[in-house]
Design a protein around this ligand. Structure first.
Ligand code: HBI
Ligand code: FE
Length: 298
């Protein structure tokens, strides 16, 4: 194969080889099997990210991190995380080999089990990840699960995901998850902070999303977000801003069905689109993605 130098595949991406025996795709974390090099990779990621997050991550993220047994020296043991998380918000962390099928993912979330990849990225791919690994899942997601509003929202996403699959509206619901749980910003103090796990765990994007003149930062609107495509292969062109985490709780109480209907009737939006009806915090100049298209970005 020509792709031998590429990163090894895990979970769903590995085909039949990645499918574990358990129907729910859970495996043992195998904590004892991490090598000193694995723990060293964790430490590198942890230390550079921890320096970046003060003033960028929201207070709830910082507090969650402080209260959890997550430190620089070793990859956390999921059992120890669950011991702290469970009495707080009723969540636990379970190990999976990587991406799992949508219905399996939703079923875990609906039952307050967060499926975390047990593998860690290799040193030559610190900044680019095709699949969620233990650093993304634990450093990025678990601190936010200490917050009751996010805890309820992600469970509701699991329940809604199972329904949306039957209704055929999964792509619209997945956009809501993407632009909140993974790449969301919120208002805090006199500025914007990040709470999305995809940006909280990314060295480059945690800076880009707040500091760069390139992306748009637009007030979150549920139906608008349901219509908006996203990029999985690069920084986002637009970030959506919620008022505070409790705003997410409001979304657990409303019926999405009518929104799916109007979002389906309205035209689909591209990631960089800005509408006259948008409440814009900052209008991006698009310089980053423009340069990428010209092939001049570094
Ligand atoms: N599996 N382990 C894992 N992590 C995810 O974030 C994930 C997944 N499977 C499906 C999935 N996400 C998304 O495609 C759904 O949110 C739609
Ligand atoms: Fe994630």
């Amino acid at each position: 194969m020509l792709t031998d130098t590429a990163a090894p595949k895990h979970g769903l991406a590995a085909g039949d080889a990645g499918r574990p025996e358990n129907a729910d795709w859970t495996i043992s974390q195998g904590w004892e099997h991490y090598t000193p090099a694995d723990h060293a990779t964790w430490k590198t990621l942890y230390e550079r990210q921890t320096k970046l997050l003060p003033g960028r991550a929201c207070d709830e993220f910082v507090q969650g991190m402080r209260d959890l047994p997550i430190g620089a020296d070793e990859i956390p043991d999921f059992r120890h995380l669950s011991e702290v998380l469970m009495p707080r918000t009723g969540w636990q962390v379970v190990a999976v080999p990587g991406l799992v099928p949508d219905d399996v993912f939703f079923d875990h979330l609906a039952n307050r089990r967060f499926p975390a990849g047990n593998f860690i990225r290799k040193p030559h791919e610190l900044d680019y990840l095709e699949e969620p690994d233990v650093f993304h899942d634990v450093f990025g997601h678990v601190p936010m699960l200490m917050n009751p509003a996010i805890a309820d929202f992600i469970q509701a996403y699991g329940q809604g995901g199972l329904r949306a699959q039957k209704l055929g509206n999964l792509s619209q619901l997945a956009r809501v998850y993407w632009y909140t749980v993974e790449f969301g910003l919120l208002q805090q103090g006199d500025g914007l902070r990040l709470y999305g796990s995809g940006i909280a765990s990314s060295y480059t994007e945690s800076q880009f999303c707040l500091d760069s003149p390139s992306p748009n930062r637009i007030r979150f609107d549920l139906e608008r977000v349901m219509r908006t495509n996203y990029r999985i292969d690069d920084f986002q062109e637009t970030y959506f801003v919620i008022r505070d985490l409790d705003e997410l709780l409001e979304f657990t109480r409303i019926d999405f069905a009518p929104l799916y209907e109007s979002a389906t009737r309205a035209p689909e939006l591209q990631p960089g689109d800005v509408l006259p009806t948008d409440q814009v915090f900052s209008r991006g100049d698009g310089s980053y993605h423009h340069a990428r298209k010209q092939g001049t970005a570094t």
